[in-house]
Ligand binder design. Structure first.
Ligand code: ADP
Ligand code: ADP
Length: 225
């Protein structure tokens, strides 16, 4: 994984500050959660790191290098969203192989690598199904495999488990955490669920009104009066 640094990151819409000066520093292989209520600026922050939204001011450093306003796939960033955004006309295996195809990885190699990640998320018996033939949890596993298959230096997740029921959410939290540890991934994770932030994170940044109101390891956040 990469190191990530945000320096006084801001995003204004006319005079409204969606993100009003966010600074943080993340070591390689760490799991950071942006925790906060709806409208606090979590998604805007994540989309600036992804390169989908241009900052009004401030700086994003990935491995110490300023991140320019490029598409995510050119910047080696994996992404997972709440609505899985799978390609409906592609099988599980082709969905997972797609990022490798975009990177011109030869066919035999990309199929082998995609099959490996399909197995890692426990879907080896579903490789040839289409998204519509899968449950919500299975679709999210495909999205996860597709985000990780090209060994991204950074993985961004925006409420990836928000559409799942509680039991499946707990199970997927564990699976994501296991993959993150095993692969040494640097992750920025967005949620409004405190329990999720507590169980998964190395660092939590609590966001309120476009700013970080509290930042540190989960236990220091939750011990606050
Ligand atoms: P969160 O992810 O924490 O729910 P967002 O980052 O989506 O928060 O939004 C932060 C604030 O910025 C919200 O008040 C939202 O309405 C506002 N906002 C987000 N995108 C736009 C936009 N394109 N134009 C105007 N306001 C926006
Ligand atoms: P092949 O070389 O196997 O014919 P294609 O380049 O046609 O591969 O792409 C494989 C599948 O991916 C096709 O069904 C195509 O429609 C789909 N596809 C290609 N690019 C995109 C894209 N940007 N978004 C969604 N689907 C795409």
């Amino acid at each position: 994984g990469a190191t990530l640094q945000l320096n006084e990151l801001q995003r204004y819409y006319d005079n409204f500050g969606a993100v009003r000066g966010v600074s943080l520093s993340l070591e390689a292989g760490q799991f950071l959660t942006l925790l906060g209520p709806s409208g606090s600026g979590k998604t805007t922050t994540l989309m600036m790191i992804a390169g989908f939204i241009e900052p009004t001011a401030g700086e994003i450093l990935l491995n110490g290098q300023p991140v320019t306003h490029l598409e995510a796939h050119k910047r080696d960033i994996g992404m997972v969203f709440q609505n899985y955004a799978l390609f409906p006309h592609m099988t599980v295996l082709d969905n997972v192989a797609f990022p490798l195809k975009m990177r011109k990885v030869p066919r035999a190699e990309r199929l082998e690598r995609a099959a490996d990640f399909v197995r890692r998320v426990g879907l080896e018996n579903f490789s040839h199904r289409y998204p519509v033939q899968l449950s919500g949890g299975q679709q999210q596993r495909v999205a996860l495999a597709r985000a990780l298959v090209f060994s991204p230096s950074l993985v961004l997740m925006d409420e990836p488990l928000g559409a799942l029921d509680r039991r499946l959410r707990l199970q997927m939290q564990e699976e994501i955490k296991n993959l993150q540890t095993e692969l040494g991934l640097t992750v920025v994770y967005v949620t409004h669920d405190q329990e999720e932030a507590l169980t998964m994170s190395d660092q939590v940044a609590v966001m309120e009104n476009g700013r970080i109101s509290c930042y540190g390891p989960p236990r220091t956040i939750y011990e606050k009066p």
